[in-house]
Ligand binder design. Sequence first.
Ligand SMILES: [Zn+2]
Length: 405
Amino acid sequence: GSGWDESHWSDSNEYMNKEELDSVAPDNPVLLRRVDGHLDCVNTRALKILNLPVDTVGYEVVDGEPTGVLKEDAVEAAAELLEPSVEEFAAGITTATKIAHRLGVTSIQDAQVDGRMLKAYRSLNQAGELNIRASLMLTTDYLDELATLGLGAGFGDDMLQLGPLKVFSDGSIGAGTAAISEPYLDNPRELGLMMWEKDDLERIVFKAHESDIQLAVHAIGDRAIDLVLDCFERANSQQMKVLRHRIEHAEMLSDEQIARMKKLNIIASMQPNFVGQWGLAGGMYDHRLGRERTMRMNPFASVIENGVPLVFGSDCMPFDPLYGIHSAVNAPYPLQRIPPEQALRAYTIGGAYASFEDAKKGTLEVGKLADLVMLDGNPFNEPQGIKDMSVEMTILDGKIVYEKS
Ligand SMILES: [Zn+2]
């Protein structure tokens, strides 16, 4: 299972340990993935089946005993063992597409795609059954192959194309693994995790940049964002190129970092829904980072003001763009709050710009693709009610793909 978020639990905000899971499921293996995908809670039976090496990064052991909490590398190792087949992926894409249409989504950028998932997308597209425009971000494992083949963002057709290469630089605030410069409030010895040694991250960024491969680097904590910007800076100083490189999430973004992004032409690819999910008073950010840092998280207004391209996406937490737009428009702190027009732009033309498709979609214009959505309310007139609005109709390529019954 997946999708849980301890910050929404009323009795305790602790992760589940294996004893708790054993008490409800003594015989069957149980693996429950946190909403952000950076942490699993598993029971004893699942630990036995997974049989991960104890020295795997993120395999939590206390007093010589695994706790049942897996983070980062341990999560990836578990995911590999549970990998679905191409057919199962294809069925999943079809199901998710129906949800997307109901939420008014006609294009997605799928992060963290591997060869098997690409095959599933491609088989649906060839059969004329891919009903959503997808830009696929391959995982870092494919860097060498992409460079050798000369492939990168934009390769494909109007339905399916390659996007940037997705690179992880750190974890998440919720898992306590985002790399930050001052310790977590709820864990004063913790500064989070960097996924790569500095030299290795630099090597990846240099190679991609040199090979004209757009990068989407996941960086959430300020320490991670700094390191990623250092890499971009050095890559650009060797050869100045505008490849629309992106920092994904950029939750803990300072003014100084925004200025550096502007100078380096880096896109801020952010999630407005995170403010609604975790940034409100008493929420997860408050709990883990304290109010002062919370107030400066996800500074959408500063990003726009300083001329850095802002792109909104949901990271599926939750998927609903209206919830995200609502969260940015009604955000609690001034650095985050933006008018409906800006939020809508970030969610439409912003996304198209980030995938090199702004010439063909993202605005309603003659000659552009006929992808549009009709809402049952007007976000400009009722900004406080955006999250309660719903989609009346979704049109993809001129055809109605969803109509509210
Ligand atoms: Zn990410």
